[in-house]
Design a protein. Sequence first.
Length: 551
Amino acid sequence: MKKIALFFLLVLTQITFGQAKITETEKLAATCKVWGFLKYYHPKVANGDFNWDQQLLDMLPKIDKAQTKAEFSLILENWIDDLGVVPEIAPIAAVKDVEYFDKNFDLSWINSTKLFSKKLSKKLKFIEENRFQGEQFYIYGVDGVGNVGLKNENKKHPDFADKNSKLRMVFMYWNLVEYFFPSKYLMDKKWDVTLEKIIPLAIKAESQDDFYLVMRKMVSGINDSHTEFYTYSSPKVRNYFPGNGKIIDEKLVVTEILADSLAQADDIKVGTVITKINDKTIKELIAENRDLICASNEPKYLDKLAKKILRSNTSDTVKVEFFQNEKYVTKTMTWYEYHDSHRNEFKKGARKKKEKFKLLNNDTGYVNMGVIGVKNIPDMIEALKNTKAIVFDMRNYPKGTFEAIGNFLNPQEKKFAIYTHPDLSYPGRCKWSSGTSMGFDNKDYYKGKVVLLLNEDAQSQAEWTAMCFQTCGRTTIIGSQTAGADGNVSIFDFEGFNTNFSGIGVFYPDKRETQRIGIVPDIEVKPTIKGIQEGKDEVLDRALVFIETGK
């Protein structure tokens, strides 16, 4: 009796599955996953035997007609069968002495009973177990680094009037991130959810600008400060406020003047507070740009936003509200393009000479890591080697000086970073590397305190350099959260747009993460509006207190 009941239950389950309706977004999201999986896993597809984009374009009209989950699964099953026999090579021997990092790896969707028939899931699992083991046709690993690059990829504009052509571009990018972005597991929103939200928007986009706005929203979902999204559409006006600024307490504060005469014309100085731009408060601008700017954390998001809102792409006339002398003042400003008649003044402002290194007092040195070059290091060491402390200001982008300075600071060789790299033989998985060491047996190493100044401007090489300097054991980090994006960058250039992402994972030797977190300060200090207006460098001031008191 029990066997009969079980039989009827199985039959009922199959009937229910076969009749279950499937939505357009469900069909397309699942198709995206299967298409991408076959692209990198199926021996004949990953080898380049098919025009895989055209295969998708030919398949999507059939997918569109499927009304039930059974019909949908059957179309995918037949598609796989038409690709030819997959040679059975399982089990694939594990590479000797390779340690895998699998937080990023998830092919559990293959076994989805909600969308796929058992037969389809079995075919997909068989392909995983007998996956392609040769040189990938669409992707390659950059020599000596391990992040990925594209090859043999269709980089042309989609047909913006063709739903399926637009979906091909969405599917291509989604799978690129799915299999080769090493920090996918750290996203705020699951990548599957982003796909489901983007598909309807891509379908509705009717123009080039509309579609690339959708792509920008998709790209911003990976939460990576390295990531930008540039379109190659018709040239637009690019006019700039005559200074740089920082968002503090939902206000935009001028931190640097780039064109003196233009700033003076509107009574703008360091410390000037901006509260609105074109009738939008800074708070409103923060909210409306959330899904348009890609950043690992909030400080870097605000940093990128400040740069964006101090640039006008539509007009040279900008309405700006300031808070001055305890009242709000609105001015209609003229912003200028960097390459117009004011270009020399902008360049001069941006290139004001900064000292590479100096003595702050008789026994404390200061090094500007964004200015000093490798050739300057011997002179810096000679000038500062007998000080009781050196402040390395890394609120900038260093110039490749990590090794020369790291050797000066460290008494012996020590590993400071390890990495994860995408495994092209098992797409979606990452492998641990042996890492990078710094220093040598050095009796003449620097004996004083080492202080690093960091903030959201410290990104990538700056964060990596900070990790290098931390190995000396006498390092104190003062400032605030860094950009949280380290490692070599993978760049993807298409006819319509250019984008990128952090191509490898960067960790401390004990496997602590740095992506999104950044380098954590020992003493947190953030600039204030009052401090900027008074001309103070509150972070440096706090460092000097620490050097004197040890607290």
